[in-house]
Write a protein that binds this ligand. Sequence first.
Ligand code: G6P
Length: 300
Amino acid sequence: MASDALRIERQTRDALTCWKIGLGDAELLVAEQGAQLLSYGRRGEKPLIWLSEEAAFQAGQSLRGGVPLCWPWFGDLSRNPAAVRDLHPDPAQAPFHGLVRNLPWQLEEIRSEDGAATLEFLTRPAEGLEGWPPGLLPRLSLRLDGRLSLTLSSHNAGSRSLALSQALHSYLPVGDIARASIPALDGCRYLDTLDDWAERRQQGPVTFTGETDRIYLDTPALLELHDHAWGRRICLEARGSRSAIVWNPWIDKARRLSQFADDAWQGMLCIETANVMDDAVELAPGETAAIGFSLWSEPL
Ligand SMILES: O=P(O)(O)OC[C@H]1O[C@H](O)[C@H](O)[C@@H](O)[C@@H]1O
């Protein structure tokens, strides 16, 4: 029988410091860099988070897989709403997916209470980092109980109102992308970034037959990824989010991606819990906003 004792192990993987946390039959691995969750699963079951077999544990470089944090803007800043573009003096030159996914974060605390373990990570702007609004502070909380929950909160300790976009860029494993679907997005509006950002409406479940890179809007809180090959559903329940990105690079883009095997597109996809486009966050001085998700699986 699994023990409920918390297991904590600090590991050095090439250039990165990581923490392996176990509780009962659940185990996660998180890198201090980027506060990036790298793996999560339960003993004897398929993983619930995908990490590339080519992931590089290098300083200053986000690992391919896990849950990179896109903050305080998602994707190409010049494609963000005007209030978010204002964060950076030259949006066209701003780093893709924001500023924090390859910064050092500090593990501030590990708590264990009521059968749950919680890790809190903080980071601060590096000197000379353009685009970081004065006084805006992110915090990532990871909670392990029967499920895994991530919460990214942003506190505006500055004196000006500001807007930000963000995403918890979750890479999820599937047995076979051709037999995976997301039924709950049926009827949602989306922007097809591969077709000049045309706005469309989803008809039926999302399925995958080619490169997919879409921003879904007005999304329901609970998205289930149906994996017919492995006979399970991965449940992703969002908090503080009404938008989601669904991404699979397919064959050609897979060849161009860093830290990504040519055939890896067949066994993964991203469902990113987000605040993007008209779901971007506005924060008055003194306000805190939080986005998060809980993740678990059930038989299909
Ligand atoms: O290669 P990265 O910078 O990690 O981005 C990986 C992917 O992230 C998101 O899902 C975007 O919608 C994609 O357009 C992008 O290709």
